[in-house]
Structure formats: C-alpha cells, structure tokens
Design a protein around this ligand. Sequence first.
Ligand SMILES: [Zn+2]
Ligand SMILES: [Zn+2]
Length: 302
Amino acid sequence: MRVMQKSVEEIDKRVDWWAVLFMIGAHVAAVAGIIKLGLDWWMGASVWFSFVVMVVTFSVRTLSISDSFHRYFWHQSYAFNQRFLRPLQFAFAFVGTTAAQRGPVWWAYMHGLHHANSDREGDVHSPVISGFWYAHIGWIFMLRNKQIDWQSMRRWAKFPELVWLEKYYVLPPIMLATTCFLLGGLQAQERFFSGAFTTVLVGFFLSTVILYHLTYAVNSLGHLRGYRRYPTKDHSCNRLVLAFLTAGEFLHNNHHHCPGSASFGVTWYEKIADWGYLGLWLLWRIGVITHLKVASQDAAAT
Ligand SMILES: [Zn+2]
Ligand SMILES: [Zn+2]
C-alpha cells in the first residue's frame, strides 16, 4: 500500500514537457504573427486577409468550444437529430478539436470533475484551491490530468470515430494550420510564402492563443472576480464583456447555478452575450438539434 501511494505521488508531480514546449511555441508564433502583420502593413502589403482569417477561426472555435465541447459533450443540454447523429456529432467534435485543446471527451471529462468538486478538493482547476496561474494554465501540463476515465465517459466510447479523434487530436489543428498557410499563400499570389506565413501565424497561432487565454480565464478569473447573480456554493462569477468574446461562457455564475441549461443568459444583455445559445436555438428551429434544455435560472442549483 505504501509503495502504491509513493508511485501515485510520483505520477502526480510529473509534467508533460511536450505540452509545455508546444504552449511556449504557440505563444512565440502568436507574437511573431503580430510582428509580421505589422511589417507587412508597413511595407504596403495587404494584411486584411490574415486579419479576416483570424476573426473567422477565432469566432468559429470559441463557438465550438462552448456549444460542442462544453454544452454538448459534457452537459448534453441538447441532442442531435437522430437521422444525422453520427455525422453531425463528429463534425461538431472535429471543429472543436481544431482549437488545439485536446479532444472533446478529455475536455468534457475534466469539466465534469470541475462541476463535481467546484472550488473544493478534486477540482482540477480552482484558483481558490491552487492559485490563479495553476488554475489558468498550469493544470494542463500535469500528466495526472491527461487521463480519461473511459468508464465514466462510456456514452462516447461506443462511437469509434470519437475514440479515433480522441487518439489523434493533433490532426485537426494541423489541418487547420495547413489550410491557413495555403489560403494565405494563394491569396498573396507572387508573395506566396510571405502571405502564407502571415496567415498561419495570425489566422491560426494568434487566434489559438487568444482563445486559450479566454477559455482558461473562465476557469481562473471566472472563479475570482466578477458579479454573482446567484449565491452558488462555489466562487463562480459573471463578466459581461468576456461573455461576448466566449459565446456566453463567461456567464459562469449563471451556468454553475443551472449547469444543465443550454442557455446561460438571464437579462436581455446577457442573452445577447450568450450568442452560443442563439446559435443552438437557430439549429433547433431548423431541426438540426432536438431536446434543447432551457431550465429556469430561478431553479435550485444542481
Ligand atoms: Zn466553474
Ligand atoms: Zn459546465
């Protein structure tokens, strides 16, 4: 028993240095993207294309992390039309995975641990328990947080395409980065490589890094500072401006109050900020998704 405990402690402290290296590289590439964009503009080259690609890749992926990874793969606050379940589910999972935040099952599993133990022992990313920076980004680098308990996530294990995506989660971000590179090059025509590098640095890396810090801030800042509409047992709070940038995710206190609800907004301005829900509502209206759960925000916290 003592040997087992020692072995668990050793595993607990190990760091995934590849993940650290990738994170540093992504930040360096993002900064290089800002410099390259500035240089291109200074030299009179067209920069609008890279900028538009960045806005598109950011918007689609912030929406996807919220509506796919969060609201579907963990909370299951809606279902897909059964006739198109497999392709739709896989498409949502694939687009979310391009955000380079690992696969949907891992993301959902970690989020489930957060809801089960919010700001208590067992919460993988609580700023109250472990400090701001560990909750923001440090927890991602710990090898002990890389494992998925497939037994508790068995509802997804029956889909081989999701198991495949979970194993090869590096492929979708590589495909997106390659697409950005090629599109940027083709758009720049005779300046192929210059345009290609600007677009991949800005349209993929800068967009990805901004999305990282907004997603991570829900876990760190979203449990520290902001307004609290509901007296939940955790420290979750809302921030309106950041909610706009995260498709509603930063209405985090509202979400902890009613975790099963697909809608996070309560007031009219929160409902506008929660455009992730608006997207789901539109899909529900045209029959792409069904069983859209919208619990009363006045219901007891669960
Ligand atoms: Zn939370
Ligand atoms: Zn949640």
